[in-house]
Structure formats: structure tokens, C-alpha cells
Design a protein around this ligand. Structure first.
Ligand SMILES: CC(C)(COP(=O)(O)OP(=O)(O)OC[C@H]1O[C@@H](n2cnc3c(N)ncnc32)[C@H](O)[C@@H]1OP(=O)(O)O)[C@@H](O)C(=O)NCCC(=O)NCCS
Length: 85
């Protein structure tokens, strides 16, 4: 989980830039909240501006940059609003 995060996402190229990733990620954050998860980890490649902006749009807070075998990765946490109790 620390390597790949809780949620991964991708939109086919011909459907990008229409708000679909932001919408879908929002629904997954809702799902996590429903499961009682208080925050979700998102990991994206450093330099993937589209992914980082999508994560930030959903309230993602940057935690750290990590070097991995696939290159540098950025870690973000999105709070779900669930109390976690
Ligand atoms: C990352 C990805 C899922 C974004 O999908 P999308 O449906 O085009 O994204 P949205 O239309 O919902 O846009 C969400 C935000 O990202 C921004 N964004 C999207 N594509 C962008 C791009 N190429 N460059 C800069 N910003 C971009 C949008 O402007 C929006 O930010 P805003 O609300 O601040 O304006 C899509 O580019 C993709 O499938 N990429 C390949 C797979 C991938 O990298 N997945 C993520 C792995 S962690």
C-alpha cells in the first residue's frame, strides 16, 4: 500500500480533460469513507502533472517524495471526512 497507494486511476486518452478523473476519484473517496477509512494514500510519479492536479483537486495533501525502483514518486493523503473511530 505504501508503494501504490489505496487508489489508482486512469482515463482513456480520448476522454481526458473533461473532469472524469476528478469525478471518479471523488466517488472512490466516498467509498473509502463508507468503509470507515479516514484518509487515503495516493501515489503518483513525480512529473505526472495531470495526476497530481487531480489528487490536489480532491483535497490531497502532499506528504513526501520517495525514490523508488521506477523513479521518484509523490505521496499525497486525501482526508475522507470519516472520523476513523
Ligand atoms: C491523470 C488522468 C487520470 C487525469 O484524467 P482527466 O479525466 O483528464 O482529469 P480531469 O479532467 O478530471 O482533471 C483533473 C485536474 O487535472 C488537471 N489536468 C488534467 N490533465 C492535465 C494535463 N495534461 N496537464 C495539466 N493539468 C491537467 C485538470 O485541469 C484538473 O485540474 P483543475 O481542476 O485544477 O483544473 C489522465 O491524464 C490519465 O489517465 N493519465 C494516464 C494514467 C495516469 O497517469 N494515472 C494516474 C496514476 S497515479
Amino acid at each position: 500500500m505504501r508503494q501504490a497507494g489505496h487508489i489508482g486511476f486512469g482515463i482513456r486518452p480520448s476522454a481526458r480533460r473533461r473532469g472524469l478523473a476528478a469525478w471518479a476519484l471523488g466517488r472512490m473517496v466516498d467509498e473509502a469513507r463508507g468503509l470507515g477509512i479516514d484518509r487515503v494514500l495516493l501515489v503518483c510519479e513525480a512529473g505526472n502533472v495531470a495526476s497530481a492536479r487531480t489528487i490536489e483537486r480532491l483535497g490531497g495533501v502532499f506528504e513526501e517524495r520517495r525514490d523508488t525502483e521506477h523513479g521518484p514518486a509523490l505521496h499525497f493523503w486525501i482526508p475522507t471526512g470519516e472520523s476513523g473511530t
